[in-house]
Design a protein around this ligand. Structure first.
Ligand code: FES
Length: 178
């Protein structure tokens, strides 16, 4: 019987390494193709209650918390009693995620992290967000039977404390049931 030579062993190892590389390459390709053919599950959205229009007058505003805990500034600007009366803007700066706040004296949203400025509709007008064309995220709203609803992602529903506005959160913190 012929004994394996040193060169023969080297050839075998080289061939095995190449086969392994090809398998890994095809595996990566298959994974990428699978992701393309079967895209990730779309984000689940739902309409959630925000407020009763009776208690939310023109000029009023509130902070709504999405199920994931993201703050959304909701303001009422009109009195028609339709969704067009309202505006819901994320308070999370689209630049690097700091919290913006409303500056009534300047009529703008301001992000203190890098001096990002947004107009009352959430459009970026100065600072890094404006340079990158990143405005505040605007959420869809609807009015049904005198109640205001917001459409938000609900993937984390049930894993956070309490979606809703500040009063809801304050009640839960104090041990009350909503
Ligand atoms: S995080 Fe808001 S301007 Fe940079």
């Amino acid at each position: 019987m012929e004994q394996p030579t040193q060169a023969g062993r080297r050839d075998f190892l080289t061939t095995a390494a190449m086969a392994g590389g090809l398998a890994a390459g095809y595996g990566t390709f298959a994974a990428m193709a699978g992701r393309y053919l079967y895209p990730a599950k779309p984000i689940e959205m739902a309409w959630l209650f925000v407020a009763d229009l009776q208690g939310f007058k023109p000029g009023d505003s509130l902070v709504y918390r999405t199920p994931a805990g993201g703050p959304v500034a909701v303001a009422r600007r009109g009195s028609a009693g339709t969704a067009d009366d309202f505006l819901a803007l994320s308070s999370t700066c689209p630049h690097l995620g700091c919290q913006v706040h409303w500056e009534a004296q300047h009529g703008r949203f301001f992000c203190p992290c890098h001096n990002g400025v947004f107009d009352p509709t959430g459009k970026a007008i100065s600072g890094p967000p404006a340079e990158a064309g990143q405005s505040l995220l605007r959420y869809p709203l609807k009015v049904e039977n005198g109640l205001l609803y917001i459409q938000v992602p609900v993937e984390t529903l049930g894993r956070t404390t309490c979606p809703g506005h500040d009063r809801c959160l304050a009640g839960r913190r104090g041990g009350e049931q909503a």
